[in-house]
Ligand binder design. Structure first.
Ligand code: ATP
Ligand code: MG
Length: 169
């Protein structure tokens, strides 16, 4: 697959990679690319307004983990969905919680599991700024374009972002 254009990144800043996705397919591709680098135990925080593409990205991520992307739904009624593939994927959506904290609903267990936790509306979590995680921030860049920013929170995730850049940008 050809590399997608990187629209900006501070040269030498290994902690951040910004890419532009021009279609649903490209967004899923970035999810798959990320999945290919995961080893289990990662926390991925999806940040971005309604319709930004968080669930779409997680569908690609799921596929990369050997799951059926059709099984990834917007967890409207279920806040936590568990999928078993190469690793267990915990797909969590915090949208409906006012001020969620790690102590709610057993979140701590899911977020620090040997599997992979992908959390939509991660910024709502009370402890959001204290956790080692990979932030995937998505924003509108046109009707069918999205800006995707990968930002490492912590050394482990720095290496991940550096690898994402080395291999795919
Ligand atoms: N480049 C793109 N990448 C991802 N989605 C796109 C893109 N262009 C258009 N879209 C549309 O944007 C919407 C993204 O929906 P999605 O459910 O993934 O968003 P979300 O961020 O999970 O929203 P919510 O906060 O409601 O959970 C879909 O309707 C999709 O068709
Ligand atoms: Mg969603």
């Amino acid at each position: 697959m050809t590399a997608l254009p990187r629209i900006s990144a501070d040269e030498g800043d290994e902690a951040v990679l910004v890419v532009e996705s021009k279609s649903i397919r490209e967004t899923k591709t970035w999810g798959r690319r990320l999945a290919s680098l995961l080893e289990g135990g990662e926390l991925i925080g999806l940040i971005g307004e309604l319709g930004a593409g968080k669930t779409c990205f997680i569908k690609g991520l799921a596929r990369g983990l050997g799951l059926r992307q059709e099984d990834i739904l917007s967890p409207t009624f279920t806040m936590i969905q568990e999928h078993h593939g190469r690793f267990t994927l915990y797909h969590i959506d915090l949208y409906r919680l006012e001020t969620p904290s790690l102590d709610d609903m057993g979140l701590r267990e899911y977020l620090f599991s040997p599997g992979v936790a992908a959390v939509e509306w991660f910024e709502r979590l009370k402890e959001a700024n204290e956790l080692a995680m990979l932030a995937v921030r998505m924003s509108y860049a046109g009707a069918s374009s999205r800006r995707i920013e990968f930002r490492a929170g912590g050394p482990r995730y720095r290496a991940l972002v550096a690898e994402l850049r080395r291999r795919f940008s």
